[in-house]
Design a protein around this ligand. Structure first.
Ligand SMILES: [Zn+2]
Length: 80
């Protein structure tokens, strides 16, 4: 995620928290667990997924949420 972009800030648009309207964010990490039954390894695999949370209210905008997350009883929803 450290790519050089030749586009200036004037060509960017702000990302606003969908919950409180704040415009600053913190880095956060989703942790996704992959069952060892799927990977064939000895232990479940933990996969970190970087994301951003609102610095004010910790809300995670929809575009930063894990898109493939399917509701599972053993997979507690990440609540801010
Ligand atoms: Zn917010």
């Amino acid at each position: 995620m450290d790519q050089q972009v030749k586009v200036g800030l004037e060509n960017s648009s702000p990302i606003i928290c969908e919950s409180c309207g704040g415009d600053t964010f913190r880095e956060a990490t989703y942790l996704r667990k992959i069952s060892r039954l799927l990977t064939g390894s000895q232990e479940d695999m933990i996969v970190p997924v970087p994301t951003f949370t609102c610095a004010k209210c910790s809300h995670v905008n929809e575009q930063f949420q894990v898109q493939d997350a399917k509701p599972q009883p053993t997979d507690p929803k990440i609540i801010s």
